[in-house]
Design a binder for this molecule. Structure first.
Ligand code: CP
Length: 360
């Protein structure tokens, strides 16, 4: 069985296969119109969504399949206390593939560990959002014609922005990637991303304090919303919410071929006067999300029965039952699941397998 919980669950060649399949779907829509007839997707969304849920729904419908699920967990038996593991075992009786979004980090991994069908992480807390990453990569490929030798600026909430974490992890595997981080002190990239991704892969990474300092060098500017729902203190949110606003005049020195991406929704970090600029790719990016999710579901369903495609969810060397996670939004602190930690790349510490935090 194969799942997509983290972008690194896909090898570079599998990532490429999915993007190539998405491109073929775009070019030959009719060819794929019926390939999932009789197949059911379950969308289990414990947290709000517009794009991800509806693009999964639209993707399965375009493939000829059906969709069941919930968009508000409080209307499901979750409100009576049903766990992620039990919910998954129940949904396994009804659907062939699951897409799960959850505010609790690590919930999709717990689902996958208990599932007889492929599970796709549709966003877990501040942790990861691998299908947004596939969307972003397909968009960059379609807009710029390549996925290597790129300078990518990440601007806004790099601490809580799960799309940023997943995209940086995926880009680390391509050649000639440089990243520029533009964030207020309070919203800087988490330490595990710096240590376990940027440093580990030797990514060229620099931090600047304004968009203007970086704009002329960028091939892609990845704007993000400050994630209000992750803040514990509203005053803290108010202090940083308007920290970076992209306006048309700030694009003066940008390359003509640079592209502006945003996972959306936007609040006010991109002024409306940017929308008319041909470099603004964020609404085209949304449609790419549907095509790449069609490709992903086709691949996971194809790989489900292939023994050679099996890949364990718990890596060798995992430390079981010894530590407690320091992250109170980790599923190991909200449900009764086994404590799992993996040793860090430098061998000096360990990180929670569900959310990548350190032991508490
Ligand atoms: N990009 C994204 O995840 O959007 P939604 O929250 O609307 O799904």
């Amino acid at each position: 069985m194969r799942h997509l919980i983290d972008p690194t669950d896909l090898s570079s060649s599998e990532l490429q296969e999915i993007i190539d399949l998405a491109l073929d779907i775009i070019a030959n829509r009719q060819k794929y119109a019926d390939v999932c007839r009789g197949c059911k997707l379950a969308t289990l969304f414990y947290e709000p969504s517009t794009r991800t849920r509806l693009s999964f729904t639209s993707a399965m419908m375009e493939l000829g399949g059906n969709v069941i699920g919930f968009s508000d967990a409080m209307n499901s038996s979750v409100s009576k206390g049903e766990t992620v593991a039990d919910t998954t075992k129940v949904i396994n009786c009804f659907a062939d593939i699951i897409a799960m979004r959850h505010s609790v980090e690590g919930a999709p991994l717990v689902s996958a560990l208990n599932s007889r069908t492929p599970v796709i992480n549709a966003g877990d807390g501040s942790h990861a959002h691998p299908t947004q990453t596939l969307t972003d990569l397909l968009t960059i490929r379609r807009e710029l014609g390549r996925l290597d030798n790129l300078t990518v600026g990440f601007c806004g909430d790099l601490k809580f922005g799960r799309t940023v974490h997943s995209l940086i992890k995926a880009l680390a595997r391509f050649k000639g990637i440089k990243i520029v981080l533009i964030a207020p002190e309070q919203l800087r990239l988490p330490s595990y991303m710096r240590e376990e991704v940027c440093d580990k892969y030797g990514m060229d990474c620099r931090e600047v304090s304004t968009i203007e300092e970086a704009i002329a060098d960028l091939d892609v500017l990845y704007m993000t919303r400050v994630q209000k729902e992750r803040f514990l203190d509203e005053d803290e949110y108010d202090r940083v919410k308007d920290c970076f606003v992209l306006t048309a005049d700030k694009l003066r020195d940008a390359k003509p071929e640079m592209r502006i991406l945003h996972p959306l929704p936007r609040v006010n970090e991109i002024a409306l006067d940017v929308d008319a600029d041909p470099r603004a790719a964020y609404f085209r990016q949304v449609e790419n999300g549907k095509f790449v999710r069609m490709a992903l579901m086709l691949k996971l369903l194809e790989w489900a029965d292939m023994a050679e495609k099996d890949r364990g969810l718990i890596p060798e060397g995992t430390i079981r039952g010894k530590y407690r996670c320091s992250n109170r939004r980790c599923i190991s602190n909200t449900e009764n699941v086994e404590s799992l930690f993996r040793p860090t790349a430098d061998g000096k510490g360990c990180r929670c397998l569900y959310c990548e935090s350190k032991p508490g």
